[in-house]
Design a protein around this ligand. Structure first.
Ligand code: FAD
Length: 483
């Protein structure tokens, strides 16, 4: 301890107030543990302040603008004007409501809140530095710690986030005017969600991706409708290319790219080197864990080659009394995965028999159409030794999908043929992010195809497509031909 420090003690010290950390703190408070939560920026972390919530607010606003202006077929003729500054203000008001709620909930659950940046001093204490001149620091001693410091966007050579035209996702969600031209580097979920937002707001979007498809982590039949829709919106894709740098021009910037392979270079329009003019460039090539600012060595914790902290099925690190949850603890870097890990860490500390089970972790991409998955694909089920049976239902056969004017895509379920247990599901289409919840529950509770098929679903709803996909796997679908 440094002379002059104020020292306090706590049963559970949580570092970082994102979905992983604030959930852990609230759960620990509910379990009557003495909890201290340290946050250096804003309650709610990336998810509430710069990630899930602001991006979904902007997706909704862009959808409203785009749909209103493209509903002639339904007899609606409108030409909406977009006030980006006001849109961002509305998005910020949503964020404020939620982050204020997180702070209140923590206080109401008896969580002691400290604003500042924590780093380990040793295996049982941290120093918390307070920002601002003369604000000093304090030491906090703990019995248990939960590291929940999240992740930050990866910067690539030639594109510093300090340069104004270069944006990370956070900056892209806070622009006060719609850029006329935007180059997006990376066609992963953040790149694709934001490309779609800006294309719908009228920006000319060019996407440069190193690999050969959009959303490379997903099966190609799921991503095909997303690419098709994006192209209809005017998004211009350049695959097999890497961005190398940018320079200012008379009316904006010029982004340079190179083809990844010689054969691609030979075939690519523009050859090996190609440039794209824009007003801004958004770099969305992935995120890396925030573990380098914690002085982890003092706590005796190592990170793996990718910078993540390895944990067991109780969210414990190599030190039994120190836990790691959320993005710092590895893929999938998703808010709900982090929250569940936070809950489990708090329960394990309280002596409850909690453990993590990653069999049913859903993932959703909020593109147009949306994509959502849970559990195993057919290929993964085969690799795991199952004899899978697959059922599908296309949204073009769903009455409800047709009434929304949005009938691209399908629901697919994967089950074990012999037992009927549902092993996984893949959905591309309207409200896929909501529909996956029923199938996540099915995988989690060990439901069979018969269980879902025998459940009466409200008509007309998109959820009927889930029931029909299960019926299709059983050879009993009514509204599509059985396989
Ligand atoms: P974070 O939310 O990153 O929170 C970590 C917190 O720790 C931060 O508040 C940080 O200030 C604080 N901190 C860091 N170091 C210290 C320190 N030394 N001392 C004190 N405090 C510290 N996920 C989804 O599930 N669905 C989505 O739709 C989705 N959309 C996204 C869209 C975008 C544009 C982005 C960027 C991310 C999105 N994500 C989404 C991912 C999601 O935001 C993260 O998975 C989630 O926020 C991780 O939670 P966490 O608690 O691990 O960390």
């Amino acid at each position: 301890m440094v002379v002059g420090d104020i020292a306090t003690g706590t049963d559970v010290l949580v570092i970082g107030a994102g979905p992983g950390g604030y959930t852990a703190a609230i759960r620990a408070g509910q379990l009557d543990l003495d909890v201290t939560l340290v946050e250096k920026n804003a309650y709610g972390g990336t998810c509430l302040n710069h990630g899930c919530i602001p991006s979904k607010a902007m997706i909704t606003a862009a959808d409203v603008a785009h749909e209103a202006g493209n509903a002639e077929e339904m007899g609606i003729h409108a030409d909406p004007a977009v006030d980006m500054a006001q849109m961002v203000e509305w998005k910020d008001s949503v964020v404020d409501q939620l982050t204020g709620g997180v702070e209140k909930l923590n206080k109401a659950n008896g969580v002691n809140l400290i604003e500042g940046q924590a780093e380990f001093a040793d295996e049982n204490s941290v120093r918390v530095g307070h920002s601002g001149e003369g604000q000093g620091s304090e030491s906090v001693e703990f019995e248990h710690a939960i590291i929940a410091t999240g992740s930050r966007p990866i910067e690539i050579p030639g594109f510093s986030f300090d340069d104004e035209p270069v944006l990370d996702s956070r900056q892209a969600l806070a622009l006060d005017s719609v850029p006329e031209r935007l180059v997006v580097i990376g066609a992963g979920y953040i790149g694709m969600e934001l490309s779609t937002v800006f294309a719908k707001l009228g920006t000319d979007v060019t996407v440069v991706e190193m690999l050969d498809s959009v959303l490379p982590a997903y099966e190609s039949d799921l991503t095909r409708p997303v690419k098709k829709r994006a192209e209809e919106l005017g998004i211009d894709f350049h695959f097999g290319r890497t961005a190398t740098g940018w320079e200012e021009t008379d009316d904006g910037i010029r982004v340079s790219t190179e083809a990844m392979e010689e054969e691609v270079a030979a075939e690519a329009d523009g050859g090996a080197a190609e440039t794209f003019d824009a007003d801004n460039v958004l770099v969305a090539v992935g995120r890396q864990p925030v573990t380098d600012t914690l002085n982890l060595e003092a706590a005796g914790i190592e990170t793996n080659d990718n910078g993540f902290i390895e944990t067991d099925d109780r969210a414990r690190t190599e030190k039994d009394h120190i836990f790691a949850v959320g993005d710092v603890a590895g893929e999938p870097m998703l808010a709900h995965k982090g929250s569940k890990e936070g809950e489990v860490a708090a329960e394990v500390i309280a002596g409850e028999p909690a453990a993590l089970d990653y069999q049913a972790v859903p993932a959703a991409v909020f593109t147009d159409p949306e994509i959502a998955t849970v559990g195993l694909t057919e290929e993964e089920a085969e690799a795991d030794g199952f004899d899978p049976v697959v059922g599908e239902f296309p949204f073009r056969a769903s009455g409800r999908a047709l009434t929304t004017g949005d009938s691209e895509g399908f629901v697919r379920v994967v089950a074990d043929e012999e037992s009927g247990f549902i092993l996984g599901a893949q959905i591309a289409g309207p409200e896929a992010s909501e529909l996956v919840a029923e199938l996540t529950l099915a995988v989690e509770m060990g439901a069979t195809l018969e269980d879902v098929a025998a459940t009466i679903h409200t008509h007309p709803t998109l959820a009927e497509a889930v029931m029909e996909a299960c019926e299709n796997a059983l050879g009993q679908a009514i509204h599509t031909l059985n396989r």
